[in-house]
Design a binder for this molecule. Structure first.
Ligand code: IVH
Length: 703
């Protein structure tokens, strides 16, 4: 279909085309279409895109813009004239009951306001109620329910037909196999939604893959989409897929009468129905907005919340809430006119890999770090990325000088998705992996079954420095004022730090004389170092940097012992009785506490005043408010809203930003916002601050 020469040409061309304005492009419209077709082919057929999603969106928009300005030039085979396809060979194809359209999208406020204007003009209304909800970044699905049973499930495919993946869909716990649609008079329905993988689950499987020497998966979306298309439903069941549903595309009674717009008037109402039927619909995540300003406010709220949200979302979807108005607005050949996606700034971009450096971590693992031509991704400049290990480099076929596709997904570290070999010029250089430690020059070793090369010299300066940096870090002993740069200076230049214990023997009189320090800052440093001596046991365990013992494992271990020294006397078997501690972790802990140097370190730390028995601050969470949903509005006197939220969450409550019928309590402080009005409208119970404190007291929760 495309020759390698064409590929190279098209890869470069798309970049050039992005820079040109519509005027210049007019004579080249067919060329632009070809470029888009090519990128669709790379994405949908080869599953191997060479540009980022947002770069594709820009090209598509450019074509749409030219075509809108010159409708006489639109041809039936233009990419704008159909919805894209992701049909997979080898799966049976089935027809959707209703076509599954794409969504129009915009990246800015201007775009949302334009859309609102158009919708109001089209529907001849001054104001329209919009539902605003997250745009889940997974893989689209269509579910058909017949007589209260899940009948079949399909991928979006080309929008008209999709892959029949019913056996895989049936393994997803959040999709009910039975749902009492008949209670709402519905005989047959088609429900649309998105299959996702929780970010934390994704991270876990990636950690596991890395440990097993496999390459990391690019992002939760790819992981979900790939899993959904596996041929073995048994395997699918193990991969932690979840689903959200966000549209009732069809609802009929037993006579085949269409119920949408009759029995159900609003999108919000259909989402509440699905929630009641046992689906996960975004009732808690969505907001009914009375106008576009309220929509924009909600967009801002989500920009803040996005990273902390357990699922990857790539924007918000704004929908006309009234289902009859949706009907009236209808569809273009590509998307509904009644909805638009506001997409968050792109988190993917292409740039160049200019060099590779090798860093030695605190466990001696040598990690290649890619140096990039700086590139803006989602508001951050990225200039270096971890390349994990040698196998990653080989598998991604990375070379110095390559164009690479980089992604920065939320709280996930920047990551090279792929190299774009089509854009090579021939001057790229192979990446040579060192066989000697870049810090102490000892020969590196690669233990059997592991993917990483290690420096096994325990006194290797690079490792010692990293262990110190880890010890003082925020999640470990949290020594305020002793960041990486200071450690670097005290270690490399001043030679005041040679081991962790030196942190507690610093010559403050000398530091005071160092450039950038003074009496005050040294006093502050001394205070935070003193404070770090009585950090809680979980932090201490984490700070020791025992292999495979992360923050969470450290916490469960701390919950199960009285003092650090207890670990010196526990067998691997005893350690494995602690929930969440498997064989590998137990072995690592056992070895750590049976190593003479480590025991000496602990002894010296104790002599220097570091406490090993602080259990405060790690009491297990209570479930006193389990199952209750709270919304907080207005300012509280006794504490800040976020403090109140933390207390609620620590006791098992769910705290959300929007009021719905599912909300149990709305806590109303001084000058409450629209949430108060919403609570009154929906009849949700409200509590003033006094009543709220009383409730906490009754439940035995200290405020
Ligand atoms: S509504 C007629 N709502 O985004 C189209 N779609 O980029 C109705 N998506 O194909 C779609 N979250 O797979 C809708 N809350 C949401 C969504 C959502 C994610 C997906 C969907 C769609 C794609 C378009």
């Amino acid at each position: 279909m495309y020759t390698p020469d064409q590929e190279r040409y098209l890869g470069r061309l798309s970049e050039e085309l992005l820079k040109k304005d519509a005027e210049e492009l007019l004579p080249r419209i067919e060329e632009l279409r070809d470029v888009i077709r090519y990128h669709e082919y790379r994405y949908y057929i080869l599953n191997d895109p060479v540009i980022s999603d947002s770069e594709y969106d820009q090209l598509f928009k450019k074509l749409e813009k030219i075509e809108a300005e010159h409708p006489e030039l639109v041809t039936p085979d233009s990419p704008t004239q159909r919805v894209a396809t992701d049909l997979t060979p080898g799966f049976p194809t089935i027809r959707h009951l209703e076509p599954m359209y794409s969504l129009d999208n915009t990246y800015d406020e201007e775009g949302i306001r334009d859309w609102d204007r158009k919708v109001r003009e089209l529907l001849k209304k001054d104001e329209i109620i919009y539902s605003t909800e997250p745009k889940f970044d997974g893989s689209g699905i269509a579910l058909i329910y017949l007589e209260d049973k899940l009948w079949r499930g399909a991928t979006r495919g080309n929008g008209i037909e999709g892959d029949d993946i019913t056996p895989n869909i049936r393994t997803i716990n959040t999709i009910p196999l039975r749902a009492e649609f008949s209670a709402f008079g519905i005989h047959r329905s088609e429900i649309r939604g998105e299959v996702l993988m929780k970010k934390s689950f994704f991270r876990k499987i990636n950690e596991k893959r890395m440990e097993e020497g496999l390459t990391a998966l690019a992002n939760p979306r790819n992981a979900a989409a790939g899993t959904l298309r596996l041929k073995d439903p048994g395997e699918v069941a193990k991969r932690g897929l979840e689903a959200f549903v966000y549209q009732v595309a069809l609802a009929e009674d037993s006579q085949g009468n269409d119920l949408i717009g009759k029995k159900f008037n609003s999108h919000y109402q259909t989402m509440e129905m699905l929630y009641e039927l046992g689906f996960r619909s975004p009732v808690k995540e969505m907001r009914k907005c009375r106008n576009i300003d309220e929509v924009l406010e909600y967009v801002e709220e989500w920009k803040e919340k996005r990273d902390a949200y357990p699922y990857e979302i790539d924007g918000l979807v704004i929908k006309v809430d009234d289902l009859m108005l949706q009907r009236e607005a209808g569809f273009t050949s590509h998307h509904p006119r009644w909805a638009i996606a506001y997409k968050f700034p792109a988190r993917q971009a292409t740039t160049r890999l200019v060099d590779v450096e090798f860093q030695v971590g605190r466990t001696g693992a040598v990690t290649p770090v890619g140096k990039l031509e700086p590139v803006h991704i989602g508001g951050v400049t990225v200039s270096s990325v971890s390349l994990f290990n040698e196998e990653f480099i080989r598998e991604k076929d990375l070379k110095i000088g390559d164009y690479v596709l980089v992604e920065r997904a939320g709280d996930v570290i920047p990551y090279i998705v792929k190299s774009i070999s089509e854009r090579r010029s021939g001057t790229e250089k192979e990446i040579e992996f060192p066989r000697h430690c870049p810090s102490c020059h000892s020969p590196l070793v690669k233990p059997e079954g592991e993917a990483v090369w290690r420096c096994v010299n325990i006194n290797c300066p690079a490792q010692v420095k990293e262990r110190i940096t880890h010890w003082v870090s925020k999640d470990a002993m949290d020594v305020d004022g002793m960041g990486e740069k200071i450690v670097e200076r005290l270690f490399e230049e001043e030679k005041m730090l040679h081991s962790i214990t030196d942190i507690y023997r610093l010559p403050y009189d000398r530091i005071e004389k160092m450039e950038g320090f003074g009496r005050k800052s040294v006093e502050k440093l001394r205070e935070s170092i003193e404070k770090s001596k009585s950090r809680s046991l979980d932090r201490l365990i984490f700070a020791l940097g025992i292999r495979y013992v992360g923050k969470n494992t450290a916490r469960v271990i701390a919950e199960n012992i009285d003092r650090l020294e207890d670990l010196e006397h526990m067998s691997e078997e005893e350690l494995m009785h602690i929930e969440g501690v498997g064989e590998k972790v137990a072995k690592s802990i056992y070895e750590f506490f049976h190593n003479e140097q480590n025991l000496q370190l602990i002894e010296s730390l104790k002599e220097l005043g570091v406490r090993t028995d602080v259990k405060e601050g790690l009491e297990p969470k209570s479930g006193k408010l389990e199952g209750l949903t709270f919304v907080l509005t207005g300012s509280l006197e006794h504490f800040s809203r976020s403090e109140a939220g933390k207390i609620l969450e620590a006791n098992g409550a769910h705290v959300t930003g929007s009021v719905s019928r599912k909300t149990d309590y709305v806590v109303v402080g001084k000058d409450p916002g629209s949430k108060y009005a919403k609570a009154l409208e929906l009849g949700v119970k409200t509590l003033n601050e006094e009543e709220f404190l009383q409730l906490l007291k009754e439940k035995g929760i200290q405020a």
